[in-house]
Ligand binder design. Structure first.
Ligand code: HEC
Ligand code: HEC
Ligand code: HEC
Ligand code: HEC
Ligand code: HEC
Ligand code: HEC
Ligand code: HEC
Ligand code: HEC
Length: 460
């Protein structure tokens, strides 16, 4: 990697970006906030200069960020990232490129574009669940919402912001753009956007190492890793001391004690601490898949090896006994959830479906289906993730405690269903969403709110 970059730096003639108070390329800048001058040296082509100087007027914030980046210092310019092949599906002109017949640009910059210079990061990222999330949701999990239980605008403002939208056709619409979700379907066939962790146009490593970056998506009732982190001792240390930490150490050189005293999300899941190499596949150090209804061993990696790597992380700061005991305690929490909570409740649900007391499709048209969904998807995940990442309040009060309560509720609703000959129906407002999965299901009726579920389904 290092070798490659030096080569790259060697091939472009050296130039420097001098930042001082003043003006940009002799022209007055429109915005007072950009009181810095960028003196472009040799090594930039005429057109590369044009992009920068015109956009410095159009979008001073962007150019300012870029000019403060390692990219600018290494003469990686707008064109390096935004240039499109004439045949690219997303190729287009901007007002500055119309006069050139052979130059097209695109606002879409994909992991493949970055891979020209960062091939290893791209490869690891593309194999991660972050990049593969669309296939996981539709082909593997067949998420009920994406089968048609919610509509495109609900997905565009929710699911897709975190999971990524579909821009494979190159057409950028109100619904699919802007979007920098983790598994976005790109026009060049790649998935995701590196911007989910490295925001434009600084692309700095320090930002990605901080927990707030991950907390953008990893929060809320169903995956409160952000909340858990900030209630843990590690998070408390981060809050108390991170102003004194050094987040700018080079890749693989960011080490406990020298640079920081407690781990962030990235430190445990990605950074190259001690003998570990940095990874852009966040699944590499996980033994379990605890986001699932029934927890299973990590399907992408050997769970045992993954655990060894995580222990290696902890033992940069803790003794092996401290680390191993803590993680084995997590394994017991997983077993407790699987055996004492999920499996017995699944038996109750399967039994109701088998007896035709509930409709299999649509989902969420009976109260017990909501209760069961929250049981594993919200409460069960909270119990497991609180136990994995030192968040006792999530493990118990928002976790196992809630599981006990909802378990009772499910048992009660199941008894009612048996008495009445059908589960208690509920009103599901709005829908009309397309089925994005490979499942063969009936489309939900237009105006789902008018269907007779409102009054209740007749017993069979
Ligand atoms: C003469 C001024 C000018 C020059 C030169 C110029 N641009 Fe633009 N560019 C604009 C303006 C104005 C917009 C926004 C209006 C629009 O999108 O139609 C824009 C939009 C863009 C966008 C966003 C397009 C979108 O659809 O969201 C990108 C990316 C871009 N330019 C890149 C470049 C690159 C790369 C170059 C150099 C090859 C360049 N621009 C040269 C003025 C310029
Ligand atoms: C290292 C690669 C890289 C460089 C260099 C770069 N960009 Fe970008 N730019 C991106 C990425 C990534 C996005 C986000 C789009 C995406 O997720 O596909 C983006 C988005 C944009 C957008 C559209 C988003 C918005 O907020 O309107 C514009 C316009 C843009 N860049 C202009 C520029 C200009 C002008 C320069 C040069 C000063 C530049 N970019 C340099 C990677 C780059
Ligand atoms: C034309 C080559 C090129 C392209 C394309 C490119 N980069 Fe870079 N990138 C570099 C160079 C050169 C450096 C500086 C490396 C160094 O100093 O070690 C760098 C550094 C980085 C860093 C580390 C910054 C830091 O603070 O240490 C990140 C993160 C990064 N790039 C992300 C991206 C992303 C994301 C994209 C695509 C949107 C991208 N790069 C596209 C060449 C490129
Ligand atoms: C706030 C961001 C966010 C929103 C909004 C969001 N998700 Fe997620 N989703 C996540 C995160 C983060 C995970 C990973 C949880 C984990 O691994 O602990 C996840 C996990 C999943 C999974 C499990 C994938 C697996 O590997 O088992 C599915 C399926 C899913 N989401 C579908 C959806 C759908 C469909 C929607 C909209 C109805 C949605 N999500 C809305 C962030 C989000
Ligand atoms: C899940 C968040 C996340 C995503 C997505 C992500 N990065 Fe990173 N990236 C990081 C973190 C965290 C680091 C710093 C690791 C460390 O502590 O050394 C980093 C470091 C880097 C570096 C510095 C060199 C290195 O490998 O450590 C480059 C270059 C880079 N990323 C490029 C990319 C590119 C290109 C993509 C898209 C293919 C990408 N990143 C996607 C979080 C992310
Ligand atoms: C743009 C939203 C977003 C951001 C930002 C984000 N993630 Fe994720 N993350 C997701 C989603 C969505 C999933 C679930 C993917 C799936 O399984 O379908 C996920 C899954 C994961 C997983 C589980 C992977 C596996 O193989 O089971 C880990 C660990 C993770 N993320 C860590 C991080 C870390 C660390 C950061 C910050 C450096 C981060 N994420 C930033 C959305 C995000
Ligand atoms: C002290 C180290 C540590 C820190 C800090 C940490 N995690 Fe974790 N994380 C773990 C461990 C350990 C697991 C469970 C690994 C296993 O499956 O064996 C885990 C599991 C996860 C999972 C996977 C849950 C699943 O679906 O199986 C996600 C997602 C995740 N962490 C995201 C984050 C995010 C986001 C942050 C920061 C807000 C964070 N982690 C901070 C150690 C850490
Ligand atoms: C960068 C150093 C560092 C790493 C890496 C690290 N920790 Fe910690 N950990 C700390 C510090 C500092 C504290 C607070 C020390 C104290 O209170 O004595 C702490 C506290 C803890 C606590 C006590 C929590 C409480 O509620 O008091 C546990 C448990 C723990 N760590 C487990 C782990 C595990 C498991 C891992 C690996 C997955 C890990 N740590 C990784 C630095 C680290």
């Amino acid at each position: 990697m290092k070798h490659m970059l030096f080569q790259l730096l060697g091939t472009v003639s050296f130039f420097c970006v001098v930042i001082s108070n003043g003006v940009f390329g002799q022209e007055k800048l429109p915005s007072p906030q950009l009181t810095k001058e960028i003196e472009i040296g040799r090594g930039l082509t005429e057109i590369e200069r044009e992009c920068i100087s015109c956009h410095a007027k159009e979008e001073p914030g962007k150019v300012h960020d870029w000019s403060n980046s390692l990219h600018a210092r290494s003469t990686v310019t707008c064109l390096d990232c935004h240039r499109a092949e004439l045949t690219d599906k997303d190729a287009r002109d901007c007002p500055g490129t119309e006069k050139y017949r052979d130059i097209k640009i695109s606002p879409v910059v994909t992991p493949l574009d970055c891979s020209k210079c960062h091939p290893f990061e791209e490869k690891q990222f593309s194999q991660s669940k972050h990049a593969r999330t669309f296939a996981i949701q539709t082909a593997d999990i067949k998420d009920p919402w994406l089968k048609g239980m919610n509509n495109e605008i609900e997905r565009a403002t929710g699911c897709y912001v975190c999971h990524g939208s579909d821009i494979t056709t190159g057409e950028l619409t109100v619904e699919n753009w802007p979007n920098v979700g983790c598994g976005r379907g790109n026009p060049d066939g790649s998935h995701g956007s590196c911007v989910m962790c490295h925001t434009t146009h600084r692309f700095n490593i320090a930002e990605a190492r901080k927990p707030e970056t991950c907390g953008q998506c990893h929060l809320g009732p169903d995956h409160p890793q952000d909340e858990i982190y900030f209630e843990s001792k590690h998070g408390k240390r981060y809050l108390a001391e991170h102003n004194e930490w050094n987040f700018n150490a080079g890749p693989d050189l960011w080490e406990p004690s020298e640079d920081f005293t407690a781990p962030t999300c990235a430190a445990c899941h990605m950074s190259g601490l001690g003998p570990l190499a940095t990874t852009h596949n966040v699944g590499e150090r996980l033994k379990w898949e605890a986001e699932r209804p029934l927890t299973i061993l990590n399907k992408d990696f050997d769970g045992g090896k993954a655990r060894e790597q995580m222990v290696e992380v902890c033992t940069q700061c803790h003794s092996p006994r401290w680390a191993k005991n803590y993680l084995e305690r997590y394994d017991l929490a997983i077993e407790n959830y699987n055996e004492n909570y999920f499996k017995p409740v699944k038996v109750i649900m399967d039994d109701l479906y088998a007896q035709n007391l509930l409709t299999k499709w649509p989902m969420f048209d009976e109260e017990i289906e909501w209760a069961f969904y929250e049981f594993w998807h919200h409460e069960g995940r909270r119990a497991r993730m609180g136990s994995a990442m030192m968040g006792p309040d999530y493990s118990w009060w928002h976790g196992f405690y809630d599981l006990k309560k909802t378990y009772q509720h499910i048992v009660k609703l199941a008894e009612e269903a048996k008495e009445n000959g059908h589960g208690s129906p509920v009103f599901v407002p709005g829908s009309g969403g397309k089925n994005l999965t490979t499942d063969n299901v009936d489309d939900l009726p237009e105006g789902w709110n008018k269907v007779k579920n409102l009054k209740g389904r007749l017993p069979r």
